[in-house]
Design a protein around this ligand. Structure first.
Ligand code: S3P
Length: 423
C-alpha cells in the first residue's frame, strides 16, 4: 500500500490540461464495439484500471482488442469464458456486462474485488429477469451468475433511481428481445447509452426519461471518446478553491447528465466558461475553463444530485473552502458507491478540521475557508483519494493520503498531473 503526502500552497496557477478519456464512454464504446460483428475503432480510451477490466472481460469472451482496434465475431459468436470474469473494482463493468450477458447464450460468473463484492447487484435482477434474462446473485451482491437465456421477450420497466448503469444494463439486454422494450427512471442520469442507441436507430426517447429499445444488432463503428468530466472535475475544483487560479480542459464530454458539478461551482461563485465544440455519438463535447473567485455555500438536491453524483465528495471539499453552509440532500446513493461516500467524506473533513454534519441522504458542510493537514483514509475509493488531494492543495499543513494509488482506477497519473498545475 502506497501513501502520499501533499502540502498546501497559496500560489496561483494557470494551466491547460487534457484529461483521460471518459470512463463511462470508454466502457460503453468497448462494449458496443464488442457486441457488434466486425472491426471497430475506439480512440481516446480511458487508461484507468476500470476500463482495462472491461477490455479484459471482453477478451475472455472472444473479442480481440489491441490499442483501440476491436475485432469481434458479434455477441452471437461469443464463447463462454474459461474462468470467472474479474471486474476488479469496476461497478460499471460488472453491471453493464451482466446486462449484456443475461439475455445471451453465454454463461459466465462475474466476480470483483472486496469493495465491488459489497455493492448492491439486486437492482439488476428484476429488470433483467423481466426480459427473460438469467441472473443470480449471492445475497444481492457479487459473485453473479449470468446468461444462458433461452427466450428473451420485450418488457416495460420503471426503476426507482436515476441509475445509468441499470438503465444501460437493461437497454443492452433488451437488444436481444423479440419485441421493443421500454425503461423509465427519475431524471438526471447520464444518457450516453440512449444517445448511441438513438444514433444507431436501435431506440428513441418516448418522453424526457422513458426510452424505447428496438431490438437488433449494433453496427461496428468508430468511437472518439472525449475527455472525462469526472476527472476534469478535480482540476476544476483545484482552480475554484484558489482565487485567481484558472484551468482549461479541452474536449471533455458535456453530456447534461455529467455537468452538474459545473452548475454547482457556478452557483457557488466560481467563473465558468463552457463552449460546445463537437458532438461524438450524439454526446456534446467542449472546452471548459474554471477560474477561482470567492465562494459561498449553496443547496444541492433533486435532479442536480444525479448529474453531479460522482463529484459530490469534491463538492464537500470545495464547500469547506467556501463561506457558509452547503447542504447536499437526496444523495443516499452515495452510501453504496466504491465506499460509503457520506461516511468517507465525513471522516476526511473531520480529520482535516473541517465542519460537517451527515444525514442518511447527504451532508451539511460548514465552510470556514480553510482546512488543516491530517491523515485521510481512502477506503479503496479512487474519488475519495483524489478529493483528499484537492483538499490538500490549499490545506494549512500536510495531508497524507493512505493507499493513494487507488486513484489508478480512473486516472493513473493523476498526482503528477495535479502537481504540474503549478509548474
Ligand atoms: C456510471 C453511472 C453512475 C456513476 C458511475 C458510472 C455509468 O452510477 O456513479 O461512476 O457509467 O453508467 P449509477 O448508475 O449507479 O448511478
Amino acid at each position: 500500500m502506497i501513501n502520499r503526502s501533499i502540502t498546501g500552497t497559496t500560489e496561483q496557477f494557470t494551466a491547460t490540461v487534457r484529461v483521460p478519456g471518459d470512463k463511462s464512454l470508454s466502457h460503453r464504446a468497448l462494449l458496443f464495439a464488442g457486441m457488434a460483428e466486425g472491426d471497430s475503432l475506439v480512440t481516446g480510451l480511458g487508461f484507468g484500471l476500470d476500463v482495462a477490466a472491461t477490455a479484459m472481460s471482453l477478451r475472455g469472451l472472444g473479442v480481440t482488442i489491441d490499442h483501440g482496434r476491436v475485432r469481434s465475431p458479434g455477441i452471437r459468436g461469443w464463447h463462454d469464458p474459461t474462468g470467472p470474469i474479474n471486474c476488479g473494482n469496476s461497478g460499471t463493468t460488472m453491471r453493464l456486462l451482466a446486462g449484456v450477458l443475461a439475455t445471451s447464450h453465454v454463461s459466465a460468473r462475474l466476480i470483483g474485488d472486496a469493495s465491488l463484492s459489497r455493492r448492491d447487484m439486486n437492482r439488476l435482477v428484476e429488470p433483467l429477469r423481466s426480459l427473460g434474462g438469467r441472473i443470480d446473485t449471492s445475497d444481492g451482491t457479487a459473485p453473479l451468475t449470468v446468461g444462458g437465456a433461452t427466450r428473451v421477450t420485450g418488457a416495460d420497466v420503471v426503476i426507482p433511481t436515476a441509475s445509468a448503469q441499470v438503465r444501460t444494463a437493461f437497454e443492452l439486454a433488451a437488444l436481444a428481445a423479440d419485441r421493443p422494450s421500454t425503461i423509465d427512471s427519475p431524471p438526471g442520469f447520464r444518457d450516453h447509452t440512449e444517445r448511441w442507441l438513438t444514433a444507431t436507430s436501435r431506440g428513441s426517447f418516448e418522453s424526457e426519461t422513458r426510452f424505447r429499445v428496438d431490438p437488433g444488432p449494433l453496427p461496428p463503428a468508430r468511437y472518439d471518446v472525449p475527455g472525462d468530466p469526472s476527472s476534469a472535475a478535480f482540476l476544476w475544483a483545484a482552480a475554484a478553491i484558489s482565487r485567481g487560479s484558472s484551468v482549461t480542459t479541452p474536449e471533455v464530454s458535456l453530456n447534461p447528465g455529467r455537468i452538474g458539478f459545473l452548475q454547482v461551482l457556478d452557483a457557488m461563485g466560481a467563473k465558468i466558461e463552457a463552449t460546445v465544440t463537437d458532438s461524438v455519438g450524439g454526446d456534446p463535447v467542449g472546452t471548459v475553463t474554471v477560474t477561482g473567485q470567492d465562494l459561498t455555500g449553496i443547496d444541492v438536491d433533486g435532479e442536480l444530485v444525479a448529474a453531479a453524483l460522482d463529484e459530490l465528495p469534491l463538492v464537500a471539499v470545495v464547500a469547506a473552502y467556501a463561506e457558509g453552509i452547503t447542504r447536499v440532500r437526496d444523495a443516499a446513493e452515495l452510501r453504496v458507491k466504491e465506499s460509503d461516500r457520506i461516511a468517507s467524506v465525513e471522516q476526511m473533513l473531520v480529520e482535516l478540521d473541517g465542519g460537517i454534519q451527515t444525514f442518511e441522504d447527504g451532508f451539511d458542510v460548514i465552510g470556514t475557508g480553510f482546512l488543516n493537514g491530517g491523515i485521510v483514509e481512502t477506503h479503496h475509493d479512487h474519488r475519495i483519494a483524489m478529493a483528499a488531494a484537492i483538499a490538500a492543495t490549499r490545506s494549512s499543513g500536510t495531508v497524507e493520503i493512505v493507499d493513494s494509488n487507488i486513484a489508478a482506477v480512473s486516472w493513473p497519473d493523476f498526482y503528477e498531473t495535479l502537481g504540474a498545475l503549478w509548474s
